[in-house]
Design a protein around this ligand. Structure first.
Ligand SMILES: Cc1cc2nc3c(=O)[nH]c(=O)nc-3n(C[C@H](O)[C@H](O)[C@H](O)COP(=O)(O)OP(=O)(O)OC[C@H]3O[C@@H](n4cnc5c(N)ncnc54)[C@H](O)[C@@H]3O)c2cc1C
Ligand code: SF4
Ligand code: SF4
Ligand code: SF4
Length: 556
């Protein structure tokens, strides 16, 4: 038995069965690359405790204000509330924003120095998260950033109408408050610069992102009026793009492409088309992002590839495109004879970005005190994936410099009497996000999503099933009275036969209605909506509720 009792009500478990319970029963947290305690912060919002909700996010994912706006939300499609017949997933991301909007507070911590210094190149989400985690461990951290403000793509890629500068600045400030120094306007040119830093610091981490926009070699590509997506976004965000545009065609299907269309709209373009070579479902972008884009009048065209730029006197006049067919293995084939021309005075290619190789001679392989992280290590990804990788590299550095054994997952299990959830909450519809009126959408830096009010946040939070609570029946004490089954609001408790527990802790059983076969009364936590009816009805008090929370700690 790998559990130990630490105080009256709480256990710390290193048992893989408890760890697995989290993955199986809290699907939202399991899908989050940084394993945010989602039901933990949603329950705090349910109780109007925004400070606790903020603190949970700040500990887990470091950038709550940012991620509450632009996270790619891998947690939401797997939310149990989105299951068949149960309605829509909980708005996990909007609630994260509420935690930051209403609960943000300065982190006040006394951190003892461990005497070692680490240099990080790049102040994007990966570099900032690594800096945060290393500072918390007592490292003196210096970030070197080539731009004049920290944030990486949060500041220079993602536009202000989705992520205002002050939100990025507040999240960054909570990291510099830990003693992290950020030196801006410092560019590391090559591996000689890195060699120098490796002597000055105990470890060097490159978190330089994917700053090189990919190019395509088609005729007319050098014409005036052709832009690369990332360059276009950086110039627009720095207020350096001043070319008037009427008709814009954006080629691509990711965040950068969609932001280019919406930025063009704000820069005054009258007709904007997004052309993507695959289908809508293949786009690497949230569904709601596309809805807003379409609402802004942007035409979306799928299964379309560029053939060549149509130019007159060196200036873009249009782009020749071709329809594609797509096969089951997702490969695309141009359909001969289906070419057509769209008129345009600007064509923007947003077909991906790659990492700059010149600052590491070794091609990205970790060697002695040199590390890489984020999009620089893994290729273009998302904010939360970059943050998760920043956390990973901080652990790699700490393991290397202190020669520790590594890290391990532990599970805190606390007994509670009530979850606070009610059956009525199941009938609350998903709360929509209010957005800026269409007549203000051309204002370049005006944030489109307004954020939930406190009242709406609590209502949305009540929808969450609080999947971190494990309801269990102690079969030794159960008297088979079926009082729990009488009061169950959904098909969550049953008479079970053929009960088996595998070595991995998986519970298998078959439901039976035949009294002669019953081996136990069992709760299906996958169906349980945490209403507590069964606990209140049980005459012998044999149903327990325990709360699960994951933590990663150094291996002893
Ligand atoms: C337009 C756009 C929109 C996006 N929208 C979303 C979104 O809505 N949701 C989402 O999840 N993801 C989005 N992404 C992706 C996301 O922003 C990135 O995956 C994430 O920022 C990567 O983090 P990072 O820290 O690895 O790199 P970056 O954020 O790219 O940061 C790298 C930093 O390193 C600095 N740097 C690079 N080289 C040097 C050098 N030699 N010397 C000094 N400094 C250097 C750069 O200036 C930069 O500040 C978007 C990306 C773009 C371009
Ligand atoms: S109902 Fe709540 S805890 Fe359960 S998966 Fe959805 S957000 Fe997560
Ligand atoms: S708390 Fe009990 S009665 Fe309520 S849904 Fe869960 S198992 Fe069913
Ligand atoms: S109410 Fe309690 S004692 Fe009765 S069947 Fe349910 S768990 Fe067993």
């Amino acid at each position: 038995m790998k559990t130990q009792n630490t105080d009256k009500d709480t256990y710390i478990s290193t048992d893989k069965i408890d760890r697995k319970w989290i993955d199986v029963n809290i699907p939202c947290s399991a899908a989050c690359p940084i394993m945010t305690d989602i039901p933990g912060y949603i329950q705090a919002i349910m109780e109007s405790d925004y400070k606790t909700a903020y603190r949970i996010n700040r500990m887990d994912n470091v950038l709550p204000g940012v991620l509450g706006r632009v996270c790619s939300r891998p947690c939401e499609p797997v939310c149990r509330h989105g299951g068949d017949g149960l309605g829509d997933p909980v708005s996990i991301c909007f609630l994260k924003r509420s935690a930051a909007d209403f609960g943000m507070e300065p982190v006040k911590l006394e951190i003892k120095s461990n005497g070692k210094k680490v240099c990080i190149i790049g102040a994007g989400p990966a570099g900032l998260t690594a800096a945060n985690d290393l500072a918390l461990k007592g490292y003196g951290v210096t970030i070197l950033e080539q731009f004049d403000q920290p944030g990486g793509m949060l500041r220079y890629g993602i536009p202000q109408f989705r992520l205002p500068y002050d939100v990025v600045a507040s999240d960054v400030k909570s990291i510099t408050n830990l003693g992290v120094t950020i030196k801006t306007n410092v560019r590391i040119q090559n591996d000689k610069d890195i060699e120098k830093l490796k002597k000055e610091f105990e470890a060097v981490i490159v978190a330089g992102g994917c700053m090189l926009p990919k190019k395509i070699n088609i005729s007319g590509i050098e014409s005036k009026g052709v832009f690369l997506g990332l360059d276009f976004m950086i110039a627009s965000n720095r207020e350096e793009f001043d070319k008037p545009m009427e008709k814009v065609v954006v080629i691509g299907g990711g965040y950068t492409a969609v932001d280019c269309t919406r930025m063009s709209y704000r820069l005054g373009a009258k007709k904007i088309t997004l052309a993507y070579r695959r289908t809508k479902d293949d786009m690497y972008i949230g569904e709601h992002e596309l809805e807003v884009t379409e609402a802004e009048g942007i035409d979306l065209m799928f299964l379309i590839s560029p053939v060549c730029i149509v130019a007159k006197d060196g200036l873009v006049a249009g782009v020749k495109l071709i329809h594609n067919s797509i096969s089951d293995d997702r490969s695309i084939t141009p359909i001969a004879g289906s070419e057509f021309v769209l008129e345009a005075d600007a064509v923007i290619f947003a077909i991906g970005q790659s990492a700059e190789g010149n600052i590491i001679g070794t091609g990205g392989v970790q060697e002695d005190n040199f590390f890489v992280t984020g999009d620089f290590r893994n290729g273009s990804s998302t904010v939360i994936e970059a943050a998760a990788d920043g956390r990973k590299v901080a652990r790699e550095v700490h393991k290397f410099l202190f020669n520790i054994k590594g890290f391990q997952d532990i599970v805190h299990i606390g007994e509670v009497k009530d979850t606070g959830r009610k059956r009525d909450y199941d009938f609350i519809p998903v709360q929509p996000m209010d957005t800026t009126y269409m007549r203000y959408r051309r204002i370049k830096n005006k944030e489109v999503e307004i954020g939930y009010s406190k009242e709406k946040s609590v209502i949305e939070a009540q929808r969450c099933y609080l999947c971190h609570y494990n309801f269990q029946i102690d079969i030794k004490r159960c008297i088979y009275c079926l009082a729990c089954i009488d009061v169950m609001p959904v098909d969550c408790i049953m008479m079970a036969k053929d009960i088996q527990i595998t070595e991995d802790g998986d519970l298998h059983y078959v439901e039976t209605k035949n009294w002669d076969e019953v081996e136990a009364i069992t709760i299906d936590n996958d169906k349980c909506i945490r209403c507590g009816n069964c606990v209140r009805a049980c005459p012998v008090d044999c149903i327990s509720i325990s709360k699960y929370k994951l933590e990663v700690v150094e291996k002893k």
